[in-house]
Design a protein around this ligand. Sequence first.
Ligand code: GAL
Length: 341
Amino acid sequence: MMKLNAKIILGLVAAVTLVLGTGCGKKEEQIKGIKIGVSLYDAHDTFIAELMNEFNNDITEEANKQGITISVETEDSEGSQAKQNSAVQRLIEQKACDILCVNLVDRTNPTAIIDAAQQHDIPVIFFNRELVEGDLERWNKLYYVGADARQSGIYEGELAAEAFLENPSYDKNGDGVIQYVMFEGEAGHQDSIVRTETSVGTLMEKKLKVDKLSSVIANWNRAQASSKMSTLIEEFGDEIELVLANNDDMALGVIDAYNSAHIMNSKRPVIVGIDGTNDGKNAVKAGDMYGTVYNDKEGQAKAMIDLITALAVKKDTSEIQFTNGRYIRLPYVKISQQDMH
Ligand code: GAL
């Protein structure tokens, strides 16, 4: 299903390109069409694939609304910054874009992309993987669309806290301390760092006592999380009372491991994720996951499209509501089982 989505996205060099012979960045009085170059860090990442599905659906609507043609060319960097740099270079040199949307592979290394874009006067909307502020400030046509990682960690911590406060039996050994395991996304990713810290911090603020049994990195990935969880189940067995995962795919991997170990739901820990992906929400609905935090892919896709239209069609960003500077951040939403019925 995920692979299929990615294929659809990559196959979608949408619509007809009818750009009045405009080169990248050249201004026209009457815009008849725009070309968008999109570069993804990894098209197989579930959240990114779902976000791009929204984006590609909404862009068609936007083209109709604006009465213009919009073409989208999407590149998958497959986790390689070098690959991303050359794809972006190609999009720019072949005049295949009026605007770029970049989901950085290495969020600390956007220099080659910024330099190339600035040289050809192509605005860049970075999204989901947040570059450092100093880099965004290097040129006034660089933007960021994403969310507030801190809020997602706080919401995840609040969901976990609510679980234990409302159901004392989740403290399986009754010692008044929550024995937990943390599943982290990629090392160095803003969401991994901040979600890890704030989810546990929130539990402690709520005066719950916690004891970390283990913390593992599973790179947002379901299969990696499943295999690491199988090892943890062998090591800690019934001792684990809570699993905090930096995203839903890893929480689903944890559930896969419990399924493979044939451990029934009542014997499992409280499992909380973040993203509210389709599978994540289904797991909450089924009672396999206690809750998740919705990473507003609809809002983020819409914000990117509004910004694209403002920059490339209207040539005026005065109606865009920036959170601060040239940042747009969409709020997260808590999802627990009650919300799914
Ligand atoms: C996060 C999301 C993860 C993963 C990551 C990729 O915001 O929660 O699931 O998609 O972005 O950068």
